[in-house]
Design a protein around this ligand. Sequence first.
Ligand SMILES: [Zn+2]
Length: 254
Amino acid sequence: MKIYFLGTGTSQGIPVIGSDHPVCKSTDSKDKRLRVSVLIRWDDYSFVIDCGPDFRQQMLTSNCKKVDGIVFTHEHADHTAGLDDIRPFNFRQGEMPIYAHQRVLDDMRSRFGYVFETVNKYPGAPSVKTIEVVNDVPFPLGNKIAIPVDVMHGDLQVFGYRIDDFAYLTDVKTIEDVEIEKLKNLKVLVVNALREEHHFSHFNLQEALDFIAVVKPEKAYLTHISHVLGFHEEVQQKLPENVFLAYDNLEITL
Ligand SMILES: [Zn+2]
């Protein structure tokens, strides 16, 4: 299984529009972060987690020619706003399977009404096939099984996902012990770490490191990163041996 980090930035991306912050002006490509998403590939399958506003650019940069489904964590725009750009896949493959909590599917239905239209739908509009994700109900993804992991993003429920020895959790602030049980014996855990300062709905760096110390994956990669966390190279040097800052276009193999 290969994990390609399509984007590792927080909701505004890095650089932030109009910002003079040194990280936003960095010339290191690892300091340029699109909105958070990963491409997961194995055998002939490829699935994407989340579909934010940078989806089109991410599909071009990763040279992704086929997506077998998009798995959503939650409805916030930095995770869903790219839905219109699934059309090239629709034209080649037909309906795009989208997997999400029923609340998230309902939200997308109101946000992207034209996608879900059943009467007089515009012929070139995106088309999706919805699959509801329910906590504690593992579901098939290609020839593998995905396990939903229920976490909280402030007051908002969010799904993380485990596939084999890989788990992807973004926009986490709190997680119950019973959900942490689902994360035993991971080779790779991806988890959000926004910045050093406290945030009401995201792990800060210390909270992410404390969580990793509890879960004990072989390796952990941090994502959903704000420019105020600092320069990639400098932050990486401060991290424990088995913890890495993810960066855009990083690909890892499990
Ligand atoms: Zn987010």
